[in-house]
Design a protein around this ligand. Sequence first.
Ligand SMILES: CC(C)(COP(=O)(O)OP(=O)(O)OC[C@H]1O[C@@H](n2cnc3c(N)ncnc32)[C@H](O)[C@@H]1OP(=O)(O)O)[C@@H](O)C(=O)NCCC(=O)NCCS
Length: 166
Amino acid sequence: FLSRSGNLDPLTETYGIPFYLQYLAHWPEYFIVAEAPGGELMGYIMGKAEGSVAREEWHGHVTALSVAPEFRRLGLAAKLMELLEEISERKGGFFVDLFVRVSNQVAVNMYKQLGYSVYRTVIEYYSASNGEPDEDAYDMRKALSRDTEKKSIIPLPHPVRPEDIE
Ligand SMILES: CC(C)(COP(=O)(O)OP(=O)(O)OC[C@H]1O[C@@H](n2cnc3c(N)ncnc32)[C@H](O)[C@@H]1OP(=O)(O)O)[C@@H](O)C(=O)NCCC(=O)NCCS
């Protein structure tokens, strides 16, 4: 899984093994793999629940979503997102959020299709392997049923810097 997942696509962030193990240990319910009948990895999603309940910021977060090129446009990503949203609903989250490269047109459009909207832009959220700033992110959100007034998705008027997001 790890050797393949890191290379499903250049648009999928590659993390070290301790990072994945941390997710498996803390949020196993948020780690979902789509496997073909032959055992082949078709795609996966990993996420977590975080944020303050008191401040109505308790939410589900999508950390990574990737579908192998040969299994795309079959509705797999949409299904994985639906599962993550269901888990977040059950946990009483107010919304689901994710970060995506502003240049990743396919993913941005897909998330819009799935009901997400841009909440804010995070300047230079992504960095290159040499540590230099690389690209901005959209922080996209979708309100869950607990946020009856959809307050959590009202877009911020100004972009923020990575150090301003918790
Ligand atoms: C983005 C990605 C996860 C989509 O996976 P997928 O399983 O092919 O997506 P789905 O089949 O569930 O598509 C759902 C909807 O998104 C849109 N969509 C997905 N891929 C698209 C494409 N290449 N072109 C246009 N629309 C697309 C469509 O509206 C699609 O619905 P439709 O097929 O009924 O028209 C996949 O392309 C991928 O792994 N990309 C590289 C990694 C990445 O960018 N991850 C997200 C980073 S946050």
